[in-house]
Design a protein around this ligand. Structure first.
Ligand SMILES: Cc1ncc(COP(=O)(O)O)c(C=O)c1O
Length: 400
């Protein structure tokens, strides 16, 4: 349509949301669908956080706030960065937005000139490349295959950097692979970045709290303080605090960048929801004991799914360190024929087959930049997961 801006031609709608929408449609039409495509915890927001939101409404905390977050929330975020990450930020180095998504988008709008490159390890969260494209930048995916634990090797990062590189986007634990960078992994990435002072790092730590088996989470500015001046540390309440609908994300970073991000927000959406800000203060300052309780459930589900999928002919499922996703390879079913005679040529055909034959909704690896894989979200009930894995098994055994 000629009326639309040229940049729209480069951007596709979120494929994860598209699969979820299709699954919802099938379910509404009476199909028995198990959706393992969603990227949010199935737990409710903790009661103390909900109550803080209700109290905010009752006391009339329902007006505009400072455009990039109330000072009380910025102080709570500084406290979190110090306590959990050993990072010193002042309130003037903090920006609060309507979800982590808006934080990342503001940062890219604030920094990307046409043709600037952004290095993105693949598999990646679907929104990174499209956000870069919306800013007229060039996403540079770096393949991080399963035999590298879905993590970026320093030599691959080195090879991807050019004079036009503006950012490296790091996401650990990762959506979609669940892979998490150890301190040694981050050290190796930092050593490359130290050799390229023009490259900044945007670290998306959204799944920080969702790690299992005694994995110790670290963030890059903590591992290499010399990168602090060119790191944007992004985090939010959505995943760990089960607050996806409240829309609170935040970042700590250099003052000039934070100010620029705030300027963009002040002229676009202005402040994140005042009620959600009050709830986020309680989330960050209040009791944290539900996090290990939720994690124990997630770990049990992860182990169940990994075990069941590894028994399915044609699939191979590594055990991830964190988040609530597994990212099995379906290389063993590519080329196979479905009972109706169709050939499974790629991972997209495979996930469509799973949805049509067995009503299981998962997302194909191509959408995340690394095929042939598919992403399973295990943020759903144990019974649903067990049934979904049974159905995937049946579907794969029906292939020839
Ligand atoms: C890696 C990653 N970063 C950021 C986000 C966005 O989080 P929010 O819901 O706070 O915008 C998500 C949500 O799925 C995510 O998976």
């Amino acid at each position: 349509m000629p009326f639309l801006a040229d940049r729209l031609a480069r951007v596709k709608p979120s494929p994860t949301m598209a699969i979820t929408a299709l699954a919802t449609e099938l379910a509404a039409a009476g199909r028995d669908v198990i959706a393992l495509s969603q990227g949010e915890p199935d737990f409710d927001t903790p009661p103390n956080v909900r109550e803080a939101g209700i109290a905010a409404i009752d006391r009339g905390d329902t007006r505009y706030t400072v455009f990039d977050g109330r000072i009380e929330l910025k102080r709570a975020i500084c406290g979190k960065f110090k306590r959990e990450n050993g990072l010193d930020y002042e309130p003037s180095q903090i920006s609060v937005s309507s979800g982590g998504k808006q934080v990342l988008y503001n940062a890219l709008v604030a920094t990307i000139n046409p043709g600037d490159e952004v290095v993105i390890p693949a598999p990646f969260w679907v929104s990174y490349p499209d956000m870069v494209l919306l800013c007229d930048g060039t996403p540079v995916p770096v393949s991080c295959p399963q035999n590298n634990g879905f993590k970026m090797r320093p030599e691959d990062l080195e090879a991807a950097i050019t004079p036009k590189t503006k950012w490296l986007i790091l996401n650990s634990p990762s959506n979609p692979s669940g892979a998490a960078y150890t301190e040694a992994d981050l050290r190796a990435v930092a050593d490359v970045l130290l050799r390229h002072p023009h490259v900044w790092v945007m670290t998306d730590d959204m799944y920080e709290h969702l790690v299992y088996d005694d994995f110790t989470f670290k963030t890059i500015a903590q591992v290499e303080p010399r990168l602090y001046e060119r790191t944007l540390t992004v985090n939010g309440c959505s995943k760990a605090y089960c607050m996806t609908g409240w829309r609170i994300g935040y970042a700590g970073g250099p003052k000039a960048l934070i100010k620029a991000m705030g300027a963009i927000q002040s002229q676009s959406t202005a402040n994140p929801c005042s009620i959600s800000q009050a709830a986020a203060i309680e989330a960050l300052n209040g009791p944290q004991d539900f996090i290990p309780r939720n994690n124990a459930v997630f770990k049990e589900r992860r182990d169940l799914v990994v075990d069941m999928l590894n028994r399915v002919p044609g699939l191979h499922c590594p055990t991830p360190e964190g988040a609530f996703y597994v990212y099995p390879s379906c290389a063993g079913v590519i080329g196979a024929k479905t009972p109706s005679g169709a050939t499974i040529a790629n991972d997209e055909d495979f996930v469509r087959y799973l949805l049509e034959a067995e009503g299981v909704a998962v997302v194909h690896g191509e959408a995340f930049g690394l095929a042939p894989h598919f992403r399973v979200s295990y943020a759903t009930s144990t019974e649903a997961l067990r049934e979904a894995c049974r159905r995937i098994d049946r579907a794969c055994r029906a292939l020839s």
